[in-house]
Design a protein around this ligand. Structure first.
Ligand code: UD1
Length: 356
């Protein structure tokens, strides 16, 4: 069996690392080739992550870099095609919903190569989100769909996708978290930054809807006001940093940093009093860790993090940041539970299906 894994962004690495590990163990005689598209390319967004996750060095680096959606997707397709011609894989495995995912699915399907999609069936029902388009295309064309929550079944059924293609395996991102737990629990990152565990808000923001327009300046001002009540730790995504620099202004009281490695980030997440984010993966990680999460978006493709987990949707409304101290006080753990299959063994279940 010849398998080609295609990854491009930080969360892709986290979701795919355990799948590569499980399939290598299950199919040791197979070919396992890793392609890094280069959608994320800064050392802090890419190399540091791959090292910490113990992912073997990629066999192919496509170095597509940044660009418009069309340019980034097209460049990836153009550079992936010769790799597929050379490798002749029996299966291409893609995670998540980023432009690299979209490009890999389209390239493979046009060459008649079967695709497996990890984290299938999530829907925000918001077509203005680039990721929503990517998810729909990936699920329409992938032959094997690996689901991490029950709601994905209904979403896929509603699009006419046959159940025979769906496999409920659980959450491979949580596999990585579980595997790193001992290490991040002893990392002591909060202390290194001079903040007390349990006392601070951890912030991440990177989505265009929030950071590419006028909401960014208001969000930063609201965060500065929150910092008067509790420390605010904010590792800044390169996209957000560029936008903050173009808006200018002071950021009094905010503990800003470069993007963090995954162990440092998970350590800060596990010790946070609250998390404010627009990320998808962080809604899941906080649910697993039982940390209150406030999401600055109008919708989420991960409603299980609200119904079962610790997530609250604030809407795309930065003025609601001022409610966070009260909302933390209201937050209760009762009735919260970790969704089924978010248990550290999802990648083994992927391997069960694929090594039959
Ligand atoms: C991408 C994904 C998003 C995912 C996020 C995770 C798409 C459409 N978006 O968003 O779903 O949640 O990754 O982080 O695929 N940049 C750098 N260095 C890097 C990477 C990016 O400076 O290593 C800057 C560039 O200015 C670039 C911008 O960030 O133009 C945006 O990068 P891009 O890959 O287009 O999307 P993300 O915002 O990272």
């Amino acid at each position: 069996m010849r398998i080609l894994y295609v990854v491009g962004t930080r969360p892709n690495f986290v979701k795919t690392a355990p799948v590569i590990g499980a399939l290598r163990a299950r199919l040791p005689a197979g070919r396992h080739a890793l392609v890094h598209t280069g959608q994320h390319y800064d050392r802090l967004m890419s190399d540091v992550f791959l090292e910490e996750l113990g992912v073997p060095a990629p066999d192919y680096m496509l170095e597509v870099g940044s660009g418009s959606h069309a340019a980034q997707t097209a460049r990836t397709m153009e550079r992936l095609e010769p790799v597929l011609l050379e490798e002749k894989p029996d299966l291409v495995i893609v995670p998540g919903d980023v432009n690299s995912t979209l490009a890999a699915v389209l390239t493979a399907v046009k060459m008649d190569i079967p695709v497996a999609h990890i984290e299938s069936g999530l829907r925000s029902f918001d077509m203005t989100m680039p990721e929503e388009v990517n998810r729909i295309v990936a699920d329409r064309f992938a032959e094997q769909l690996f689901l991490h929550s029950e709601e994905a079944i209904g979403n896929l059924r509603a699009e006419g996708i046959p159940e025979a293609r769906m496999h409920m395996v659980g959450n491979t991102m949580i596999d990585t978290l579980v595997a790193l737990e001992e290490r991040f629990r002893s990392a002591g990152t909060a202390a290194r930054l001079g903040v007390e565990p349990g006392s601070y808000a951890l912030v991440t923001l990177h989505r265009p809807a929030l950071v590419d327009g006028p909401l960014l300046a208001e969000t930063v001002a609201r965060l500065a006001a929150l910092a008067a009540e509790m420390p605010v730790v904010f590792p800044v995504h390169p996209r957000t940093r560029k936008m903050m620099e173009s808006v200018g202004g002071e950021h009094p009281g905010l503990l800003l940093s470069e993007p963090l490695g995954y162990l440092d980030f998970l350590s800060l997440l596990a010790d946070a009093g609250a998390v404010l984010t627009d990320s998808g993966g962080i809604q899941e990680e906080t649910t697993y860790l039982g940390i209150p999460c406030f999401t600055l978006r109008d919708n989420t493709e991960r409603p299980v993090t609200i119904s079962q987990g610790t997530n609250t949707l604030l809407g795309l409304r930065p003025e609601r940041i001022r409610e966070i101290p009260d909302l933390i006080a209201e937050h209760r753990g009762d009735g919260r539970r970790v969704p089924e299959g978010w248990d550290g063994h999802a990648a083994e279940r992927v391997a069960d299906v694929l090594s039959l």
